[in-house]
Write a protein that binds this ligand. Sequence first.
Ligand code: CMP
Length: 141
Amino acid sequence: MVIEQTLVMIKPDGVKRRLIGEIISRFEKKGLKIKALKMHWFTREEAEEFYSVHRGKPFFESLIGFITSGPVVAMVLEGDNAINVVRLMIGPTDGREAPPGTIRGDYALSKSENVVHASDSPENAKKEISILFKDNEIYEW
Ligand code: CMP
């Protein structure tokens, strides 16, 4: 058993489409623990820091424009092997290729507007959590 924390974010398209409850519900029913939760509207600087691994890629500008186009809902989820479990639940990046039953497979038809983001490694989880949450916003329960 390896208890991990991961950062999940419902992107502006998911918020605008009123999918917040549906998406959070899936993680709760899976048994993951919500340790922190907030709505947040990224500044350009925060967004560039959050997605700094993609700086220089052809889609970077449109990614920053999209993620700052409206509020996101960010959460810290905790559980056994949470990083991989959550990535399996959200499915591959491109909603057109994500299998039915995954969040992107059920709700996205695009690679750029793909409803959710989740950390892909323990290092990125730590970095992403620290951008969105102060230590005292993550509750022990
Ligand atoms: P996400 O999991 O948030 O991580 C980086 C994001 O870049 C990814 O989801 C996509 O929404 C976005 N993106 C846009 N275009 C591409 C692309 N061509 N390849 C990979 N990611 C892309």
